[in-house]
Design a protein around this ligand. Structure first.
Ligand code: SF4
Length: 107
């Protein structure tokens, strides 16, 4: 599990993060990214839920109730906002209270 997370993080950093971070740093006026739906194929592959309390505990026994997108290292939103971009899903918007199997607790 840990190696998969490491791989995904390396993939994210090498592929999508620089472009997203560069555009944000430059303050470019770009349209808001789309919100990630649970039915999105990538979301389904990651076990993504809009609400962490709806995660199937039997299917994902490593999930904990306090794991939410807002507490994930890959979440790029601001604390006061309900939605924020996630680097794992190409910058699509995820809710603060969401969750997926890639969750990496903020240090
Ligand atoms: S748990 Fe982390 S990686 Fe998964 S959707 Fe939320 S912010 Fe993205």
């Amino acid at each position: 599990m840990h190696s998969r997370r490491t791989f995904l993080l390396q993939l994210i950093v090498s592929a999508g993060a620089p472009a997203l971070l560069t555009s944000r740093a430059l303050g470019e006026n770009q349209p808001l990214p789309a919100q990630l739906a649970e039915t999105d194929p990538v979301a389904m592959a990651l076990g993504f839920k809009l609400d962490t309390t709806k995660v199937d505990a039997q299917k994902y026994p490593r999930h904990a109730a306090d794991q939410q997108c807002i507490g994930c290292s890959l979440y790029q939103g601001k604390p006061a906002e309900a939605l924020g971009p996630c680097l794992t899903v190409g910058g699509k918007l995820v809710p603060c209270a969401g969750w997926c199997t890639v969750f990496v607790k903020k240090p």
